[in-house]
Design a protein around this ligand. Structure first.
Ligand SMILES: Nc1ncnc2c1ncn2[C@@H]1O[C@H](COP(=O)(O)OP(=O)(O)OP(=O)(O)O)[C@@H](O)[C@H]1O
Ligand SMILES: [Mg+2]
Length: 284
C-alpha cells in the first residue's frame, strides 16, 4: 500500500482535480483505492457521487486516531472509496469543524495522527493506494496529511510568479515537514507536476528552469516529465462528476493519455496498464 498526499501552499492549483483523477484512474486500472479528503472545503467529498450517505469521515479519524469502517464511504466507481471531510457538517464529541485544526494543534502527537491512522493493518489489507487531498494553506491539517504520505505530489502552474511562489512555498513546507525528523519521521520525496500549461507557455523552458532550480534540493524534489495541459475537459469532467479519462473529447493532447502517462510515471509497475484493466501486451 502506498500513500500519496497531494500538497501545495497555494490555492486553486489543481490539487483536488489531480487527487480525484489519479484516484479514479488507478481504481479503473484495477487497484483498490482510498481517497481521503483532508481539506475542510470538502471539494473532494463532492467530486464524485457516493453510493450512500457517509456515516462518518475525517472528523472521527482525527479525533479517534484510527479509521473505523464507518469512516469509509464507497463512491459510485468500483474499487474507489473515500474518507469524506464531514467536518463542516459535524459536531463530534463537542468539537466543530473550524476547531479541527485547533484540535490537531493541541495534540502532542499532531504530526502523526493521520500517519498512524492510515498506515494501519485495516487500510493495508483493503487498499493498494491511498490519495490524500490537502488544504492550500499551511497548518496542522496539511502537516499531518503530508506526513502520512510515502510520497508527495504537488501541482505547479507554469506562470513565472506562480512558479517562484511554488519554489518558496515548497521549500518552506519541506523545511517545516523536516522538523518531524526529530520524531523519527521523514517526509516522502516530492514530485512536482506542471499543471494547466497553455499553448502560449514555453512549457519545456519553464520545466527546465524549475528542474534546474530544484537541483540544490538534494533530490527531495523532482519535476515530472508528464505535463498536464490546460483544458476545459478537467472542469467539464468535474461538473459531470466524471473522472477526466472517461470524458469523450477531442483535445490535441487527450486527458486520457495525459493521466495514463502521469500514473505510469508515478507508479512504473502500472506502465502499459489502461483504464478497464487492459494492458498493452493484451492481458487483463
Ligand atoms: N489542467 C487543467 N486545465 C484546466 N483547468 C484545470 C486544470 N486542472 C485544474 N483545473 C481547474 O482549476 C480549478 C482549481 O482546481 P482545484 O479545485 O483542483 O484546485 P485546488 O488546488 O484543489 O484548490 P484549493 O486550494 O481551493 O483546494 C478548477 O476549476 C479545475 O477544474
Ligand atoms: Mg482543493
Amino acid at each position: 500500500m502506498v500513500i500519496f498526499s497531494v500538497v501545495g501552499t497555494k490555492g486553486g492549483i489543481g490539487k483536488t482535480t489531480l487527487t480525484a483523477n489519479l484516484s479514479a484512474l488507478t481504481a479503473d486500472m484495477g487497484l483498490r483505492v482510498l481517497m481521503v479528503d483532508a481539506d475542510i472545503q470538502a471539494s473532494l467529498t463532492k467530486y464524485f457521487q457516493l453510493r450512500s450517505d457517509p456515516r462518518d469521515g475525517l472528523t472521527s479519524v482525527i479525533l479517534n486516531g484510527r479509521v473505523a469502517e464507518t469512516a469509509i464511504t464507497p463512491t459510485m466507481w468500483d474499487r474507489l472509496d473515500i474518507i469524506v471531510c464531514d467536518a463542516p457538517r459535524r459536531k463530534f464529541a463537542g468539537i466543530e469543524t473550524t476547531d479541527l485544526e485547533q484540535f490537531i494543534q493541541g495534540r502532542i502527537d499532531a504530526p502523526m495522527i493521520l500517519r498512524r491512522a492510515l498506515r494501519s493493518p485495516m487500510i493495508e489489507d483493503h487498499y493498494d493506494l491511498v490519495f490524500v487531498d490537502t488544504p492550500g494553506a499551511q497548518g496542522p491539517l496539511l502537516y499531518t496529511a503530508a506526513l502520512a504520505a510515502h510520497r508527495l505530489i504537488s501541482p505547479i502552474m507554469p506562470e513565472t510568479p506562480s512558479a517562484r511562489e511554488f519554489r518558496v512555498g515548497t521549500i518552506e513546507l519541506l523545511q517545516k515537514l523536516d522538523e518531524a525528523q526529530a520524531l523519527g519521521i521523514s517526509p516522502g520525496p516530492l514530485t512536482a507536476v506542471l499543471n494547466r500549461v497553455g499553448h502560449t507557455n514555453d512549457a519545456r523552458q519553464i520545466t527546465d528552469e524549475i528542474r534546474t532550480s530544484y537541483l540544490d534540493m538534494k533530490g527531495l524534489v523532482t519535476v515530472a516529465e508528464t505535463i498536464i495541459p490546460a483544458s476545459v475537459a478537467y472542469n467539464e469532467a468535474a461538473t459531470a462528476q466524471l473522472p477526466v479519462h472517461r470524458l469523450k473529447r477531442r483535445d490535441r493532447v487527450s486527458p486520457f493519455d495525459t493521466m495514463h502517462e502521469l500514473v505510469w510515471e508515478m507508479i512504473p509497475s502500472l506502465r502499459g496498464v489502461y483504464a478497464g484493466g487492459y494492458s498493452e501486451d493484451g492481458g487483463e
